[in-house]
Design a protein around this ligand. Sequence first.
Ligand code: DGJ
Length: 711
Amino acid sequence: MTALRPTGTGFDPDTATWFLHTPNTTYALRLTDGRLAHVYWGAALTDAEAAALPVRAESGARQRGSTSFEARYDGTEEYAWDGGVRYGVPSLQVRFADGARGLDLEPVGDEITVDRLTIRLRDRHYPVEVALRYRLRPDSDVLERSVSLTNLGDAEPIEVLRFDAASWALPHRDDYRLSHVTGMWGAETRLRREVAAAGETVFTSRRGITSHHANPWVMADDGTAGEEHGEVWSVALAWSGSWRMTVQRTPLERLSVSTGFGHDGISWRLAPGERLDSPVSAGMFTPGGFGAASRAWHAHVRRHVLPHPEEIRPVLYNSWEATFFDIDVARQSALATRAAELGAELFVVDDGWFRPYQDDRAGLGDWRVNPDLFPDGFAPLAEHVRSLGMGFGIWVEPEMVNPDSDLYRSHPDWVLHQPHRARTELRNQLVLNFGRDDVRAWAGAWLHGLVRDTGAVFLKWDMNRTFSEAGQPGAADPDRLWIEHTRGVHLVMDRLRAAWPDLRIESCSGGGGRLDLAILARTDQVWASDNTDAADRLRIQDGFTRLYPPGVLEAWVTDSPNTVTGRRTPLAFRFHVAMTGVLGLGGDLAAWSDDERCEAASLVALYKRIRPLVQQGRLYRLRPPDADGLCALQFADDDDVVVFAFRETPRMGFGVPPLPLAGLPRSARYRDTSTGAEYDAGVLTHHGLPLDLPRGEYASTVVHLERRRRP
Ligand code: DGJ
């Protein structure tokens, strides 16, 4: 990104306007008529231009005189709380102990530093303070917002009914369109793009996890943006539990997005003196289309979210699809030997190692290695894995318990449950309440011991069911668990990482059920889906990487036919799809032929050469998965380029035209590392890269272009 000017905050006292300048954008809000008006979010302005921005009520009611029906400021407020003449989406809703609802807030002060702004508001009658917080980064157009709510009283609690991290007001445009992802287990993060409905559109998870069904981000454009052009506003929420994002399109064609943790009906009793902090909501304006938006988010996540952005993710082998629950030390050791031969750098033992039976009925919660499967514990396998030059990793599911377990028999009160209600089992398991200190301490202790005793450098942290009967009988404020469970998960991960700085964690929730900016702050990669069918994966990975970087997207090559869909695909196609994320191996390697193993080893070696580009470079979606005939992705850094092309169905008579590349420096020249062919950037950009695809279904190719330095 080319920085236009330094980032920073500012305040113009004449107009009472606060400015927040990112490298390429400006955001402004103003105190006017005793209210906080949102003034601007878009391309960079000077302070003087921002101060001169006119602010007026949007509703025509003003011109026509008074009306009892129009709320003049709906959709244009900086943070839209409930109270007074407001009928838009309330970002903050409370009820006071005397039964009064709604707020009457007035600004009482601000604090400005070069990269942060806080504006404090207090209620004119009740003892409550709201602090709106903003944070800038010098190298990112993402603006981070959050809110704190404090009960300043000393006697009565305040019931908090909705508490969003931010409401984002977008400028007037004629016909807003929304891009977001939807899905389900095995079909996560499928991109949808549709006209913003008039009224309110809610994206949400009521499941206690981020969810497979929606993901906490949305992008809005005026219906004309494309991959490489057009204005795009994006909003994301950094939260790994239940969440809600409400998009409102007003009759005056204003769009606003209010987002926060929790979901409808969840409340929090804010005790006297207590402060409640929202998670962060991140927003970004990009003038360069959806491709530029994705690249800017990827860069932001790498620079400001991930714990170890500088690291290259290893090629791992995971035994799940090879063995499911049928695991033991001999089979795991044999798989480890095969995996190392192919070039794997990390070996991960999946589910089953502690279970009394070869299924999911029992044992969750009793985190002891089953001696029938591993008579001498993990040590012999871990040593074998390390002797092959690989790191040792282990699957865990700390938030879960099978009722058939010693843990549950000793602590039946540790699970989420309601009085007089059945404890509904999903996958034969119940959810442990990570809102409880004793549960957090127990989980932290056994995880710590597992890492210490096995020398594991990697944990796959799974979570295989959604919440139900989410109560904690006897608790003074039972709904808190919806927030506190997620905070507990974050806390246990944070402590574990602090104790074991070399430990890396993969976030997994039955595939991609826990994927968000908050989990990425404490994990290193995400298992994107239990669906490893390469054709389906093209779509899942396309949606995943709209906001999250390819360098956190774990993707395994598994067997053909696929264990779930039965689809047959060539080994190269499966590899090429997985190589557009973090390549992993997940097939039954014992059943692969010599030829397949040989081909696999050379593809792993190729991946190792190009992975810095894939994991840390810039992604250009040249042709999305559903483009007619051909899907193509390009990854580039300042030197090299790698292009992947996929054609699922051949059509007689239709060849593959040259593929125009994107984002290349005009004067550069490149050499194809496999054929030696050389190309000028101009030719690659304006004419295209010739592609040589094999015959048949699920054809694919990868082209690695090395930049030639001119003498
Ligand atoms: C769900 C995960 O997504 C799978 O990869 C596997 O780890 C299973 N759980 C194990 O139960």
